[in-house]
Design a protein around this ligand. Structure first.
Ligand code: HEC
Ligand code: HEC
Length: 322
């Protein structure tokens, strides 16, 4: 009797031990499966930081959704041609959009981490925008670049191509948590722009930039060297028309393939030279920043004229006067 009780207890003990070991193993497997599942496509969180890991275009699904994603990619990659091809006349096409492409600034179809990446934008819009003093949807934000950076017309609310761009941007935002802080967004902003020397900017430009952007700034193509000024370029309401964003972009990305090779001073000189050349005028300056926080470094026609006349007060433009 005594012996069999001991045996039973021992037996039960062994069984429960076995169950515990099995359960623990199962948990481990589940966990590693979860990690594997998120590793290949979706970004995983590493000590609070979100990994940069957009899904491959090889994994785009077949069918209408996949078609929309691929059309969206085409529109972002070859914007001018893709949009102008739909116009009824050449003139009409030129009114719809300039010669740039989204990738002229958002390089590598928006996937290049360092050149104004668009990865994750679908997770961070709708978002309050100070320039508009409104909450903007992703559609609104795309249209913002259409009418300013692309100096063209906005898409209608239900436009198939607008939806296709959103489909593509959502695809490359897969796995990014809603509202995440993404350190690769909006980082081409030079915080403290040195007072520029426009003549030196012109010198460096002729040395280091003309091979791709042409000596008259009109460029060699949206993906080989986009138009930096002139009729084919962005208008002066675009983000790139601000000294801080232009100098920041140049410093972080140009010349192509040699990021951060220029000094802050050289980048500022270049930005001042580029932004003192003629470009299309934005008609809506008066409606921007209605809350009064208008930045002083938007290079409007008035400021371009001041550069030509030699009367520009750079300290004031760059906010160094207070
Ligand atoms: C001339 C350069 C230029 C071109 C061309 C351009 N953009 Fe932009 N885009 C910018 C700049 C500059 C910003 C603002 C980034 C910042 O705040 O620092 C921006 C912001 C955006 C944002 C919001 C990103 C964020 O971080 O909030 C989206 C979305 C966007 N652009 C989409 C597009 C699309 C789609 C196209 C083509 C139809 C396009 N852009 C063409 C320069 C450009
Ligand atoms: C080897 C070719 C090449 C050289 C050299 C080069 N760029 Fe670019 N640049 C590009 C390409 C291509 C883009 C489009 C974005 C990308 O692919 O990174 C671009 C984009 C830009 C943009 C943003 C788009 C726009 O229309 O404003 C600016 C500003 C710019 N370059 C300035 C410069 C300056 C200034 C220099 C000289 C210091 C320079 N680049 C040298 C190829 C070049």
């Amino acid at each position: 009797m005594k012996r069999s009780t001991t045996l039973t207890i021992g037996f039960l003990f062994l069984i429960s031990l076995g169950v515990i070991v099995l359960l623990a193993n199962q948990l481990k497997i589940d966990k590693s499966l979860m990690q594997e599942g998120s590793g290949s496509s979706a970004p995983e969180e590493k000590s609070g930081e979100i990994a940069y890991n957009p899904p491959s275009l090889d994994d785009v699904p077949e069918g209408p959704m996949g078609d929309a994603i691929l059309r969206g990619r085409e529109l972002i990659n070859d914007t001018s041609n893709a949009i102008r091809a739909k116009a009824s006349s050449v003139e009409d096409g030129e009114n719809l959009v300039n010669e740039l492409a989204c990738i002229s600034c958002h390089a590598g179809d928006g996937l290049d981490r360092d050149t104004s990446s668009l990865v994750g934008v679908a997770a961070v819009y709708p978002q309050y925008n100070e320039r508009a003093d409104k909450v903007l949807t992703l559609e609104d934000r795309i249209n913002g670049c259409m009418v300013r950076s692309m100096n063209g017309q906005p898409f209608e609310e239900d436009d198939e191509d607008l939806n296709a761009m959103v489909a593509y941007l959502s695809y490359i935002s897969e796995g990014i948590p809603i509202g995440a802080e993404l350190e690769w967004l909006g980082k081409n902003d030079m915080k403290d722009v040195p007072v520029p020397d426009v003549e030196n900017g012109e010198r460096v430009f002729q040395q280091s930039c003309v091979a791709c952007h042409a000596s008259d700034g009109s460029g060699t193509g949206p993906n080989t060297g986009p138009a930096l000024w002139g009729e084919g370029s962005y208008n002066d309401g675009a983000g790139m028309a601000r000294m801080s964003k232009n100098a920041g972009f140049i410093k972080n990305n140009m010349p192509l393939g040699q990021p951060n090779s220029l000094t802050d001073q050289e980048a500022a000189d270049l930005a001042a030279f580029i932004l003192s050349q003629d470009r299309p005028e934005w008609k809506g300056h008066d409606d921007d920043w209605p809350n009064g926080n208008r930045p002083t470094d938007v290079m409007t026609k008035e400021l371009r004229d001041q550069v030509k006349e030699g009367t520009i007060d750079w300290e004031k433009v760059l906010g160094k006067d207070n």
